[in-house]
Design a protein around this ligand. Structure first.
Ligand code: FPP
Length: 222
């Protein structure tokens, strides 16, 4: 969801107002995704690297996230959306974690749409934490060297046994994966949109899906 800051700056607003507008797009995008029959949406809301931003901006980002959770809890429940946070849970402030966990529990049985929120997430972190868990299971003999393969390894990652993303959309003209789901995106189609996230509306989503539907996915085959 790139470009909140630049969107705001271009309008003479503070960066944090860009995040406020960005949150609104998340809500609209979830409604639209459900209408289109999309079953899983994962947003990169806060990366491991985003801690290097000013304390004021970091606080605002988490405060908008808490507002989002308060305002849309009922809608998530009504729409059958299940919220699942992926990322490090030990550095996020207690209030935000409490709200996230409460909604994870409240929406745990919802099945219409799975909404993964990547917070304090980094693809390399994910691979390292998986390796550590495997090392622990090896020590307690829950797993053997021969028992480790790609499918088993995947199950130790944050998205566990979920299917790999079909499509990754990155906004604001940046054309990088930037430490997002680096394992899971191995065969995903990448779509880069020049618009900033607050300008990414349902028309833009339809465009991205149209481009995706014309791609030939070969998964390494001929
Ligand atoms: C990218 O724009 C956006 C972020 C780093 C934070 C966005 C996350 C939130 C507002 C929290 C909302 C979370 C949920 C689950 C609704 P940028 O700041 O990198 O913009 P720039 O590239 O223009 O500087």
């Amino acid at each position: 969801m790139d470009g909140n800051g630049r969107w705001a700056k271009a309008r003479g607003l503070s960066r944090t107002l860009g995040h406020k507008e960005g949150v609104k797009r998340v809500v609209e995008m979830l409604r639209e995704a459900k209408k289109l029959g999309i079953k899983i949406v994962t947003v990169f809301a806060f990366s491991s690297e985003n801690w290097s931003r000013s304390g004021k901006e970091v606080n605002k980002i988490f405060s908008y996230m808490r507002i989002f959770l308060d305002l849309y809890k009922q809608e998530l429940l009504k729409q059958g959306v299940r919220l699942n946070m992926i990322g490090r849970r030990d550095r996020i402030d207690e209030g935000s974690m409490k709200k996230l966990q409460e909604i994870e529990v409240a929406t745990a049985n919802n099945e219409a749409l799975l909404f993964n929120v990547a917070l304090d997430y980094g693809g390399r972190w994910d691979i390292v934490q998986a390796a550590k868990k495997i090392a622990k299971d090896y020590k307690t003999k829950k797993i053997s060297t021969d028992g480790i393969n790609e499918a088993v390894f995947s199950n130790y990652l944050s998205l566990r046994d979920l299917p790999d993303p079909d499509l990754m959309i990155r906004t604001s003209g940046e054309e990088r994966v930037s430490n997002f789901l680096i394992w899971n995106l191995a065969y995903s189609e990448l779509y880069f949109c020049p618009k900033h996230w607050p300008d990414f509306d349902k028309k833009e989503l339809a465009k991205a899906i149209d481009v995706y539907s014309k791609r030939k996915r070969r998964f390494g085959k001929v």
